[in-house]
Design a protein around this ligand. Structure first.
Ligand SMILES: [Zn+2]
Ligand SMILES: [Zn+2]
Ligand SMILES: [Zn+2]
Length: 299
């Protein structure tokens, strides 16, 4: 259900990151600008408000993307859609790296708070003038974006930060399981709020979050099964240091049959093709099998 490259178009590229906007963003733009202009004497301020929200959300997403790169992960795309922004980040599968990639987004909003407060306080404009109201809006909007994202409802930033913190004591699978259970309760709470506030947007958001929570919970169960498989202690993934499972969990790229490259020195027993890189089932990194060998590496 997340926005993808389909249905969105590239707006610009900055620091190697493509910024896409989903088509539905424009309907929301027309709707919210027409709502906002009524609060101002000049309609230009309504449009400026919308642009400002766009920039605040974008800065937040850039925080995620750049932090993810800093810890050695990949991130090259940001998509803005009506439920906010999504930075496609793929940090290394370690709790610290994940935590920093997630926390950097809300941190941008925290850093913006004193700046926007100064602009509001000393930016000029008579009390209750359009200019003054606009600066107040910026400050309030940044605060709302910050608080909303910090809700511990997976996959919101707060929920993902909770997951990264639980990763230290609980491991990859059980931390995801715990965070999605908390997220599920939070999502149900949001539905309650949506009914109370009669807010369609909150309701749509709650159902969206719940659907991701549910999928991630299923994913956590699969991860847990993978974690519990018997392992080969003589090998370890060069990226995440996890030993590979014993069994036919790899597909031969030539004959498409399953085999265990660690039992056959990377040679497919069906067609004799040699796998030049072995993909880690735990972190997804593909490295030559030589690099997995603990005895060679530590020698
Ligand atoms: Zn975020
Ligand atoms: Zn084969
Ligand atoms: Zn790995």
């Amino acid at each position: 259900m997340s926005p993808t490259r389909e249905g969105s178009f590239r707006l610009f590229r900055l620091l190697g990151i493509d910024v896409h906007v989903h088509w539905s963003w424009f309907f929301v733009a027309i709707y919210s600008i027409s709502n906002r202009v009524q609060r101002y004497e000049s309609p230009v301020w309504g449009a400026l408000e919308y642009l400002a929200l766009f920039v605040i959300v974008l800065l937040h997403e850039f925080g995620h993307a750049l932090a993810c790169r800093q810890v050695g992960g990949q991130s090259d795309q940001i998509v803005l859609w009506p439920l906010g922004g999504v930075a496609y980040v793929n940090p290394p599968q370690r709790p610290g790296a994940t935590l920093w990639s997630i926390a950097a987004g809300p941190l941008v909003n925290v850093l913006l708070l004193p700046i926007l407060y100064a602009v509001y306080r000393f930016g000029g404009g008579e009390p209750d003038s359009d200019q003054h109201n606009f600066f107040r809006y910026l400050l309030v909007m940044d605060f709302i974006v910050l608080c909303f994202n910090l809700l511990p409802v997976y996959p919101l930033d707060g929920g993902q930060m909770l997951r990264s913190l639980l990763w230290y004591p609980l491991g990859k699978a059980r931390s995801l399981m715990a965070a999605t259970v908390v997220g599920f309760l939070g999502g149900v709470g949001l539905i309650g709020l949506a009914v109370w506030w009669r807010s369609i947007w909150t309701g749509v958001m709650a159902f969206y979050l719940l659907s991701i929570c549910w999928k991630s919970f299923q994913q956590a169960k699969v991860l847990r099964k993978v974690e519990q498989l018997p392992r080969r202690p003589e090998f370890a993934c060069p990226s995440c240091q996890t030993a590979p499972p014993v069994g036919n969990y790899w597909l031969c790229p030539q004959c498409q049959q399953a085999y265990d490259p660690f039992a056959t020195a990377s040679t497919c027993p069906h067609c004799s093709a040699v796998l030049d890189r072995v993909t880690c089932p735990d972190c997804g990194d593909a490295r030559a099998q030589r690099a997995w060998d603990v005895t060679i590496r530590d020698a």
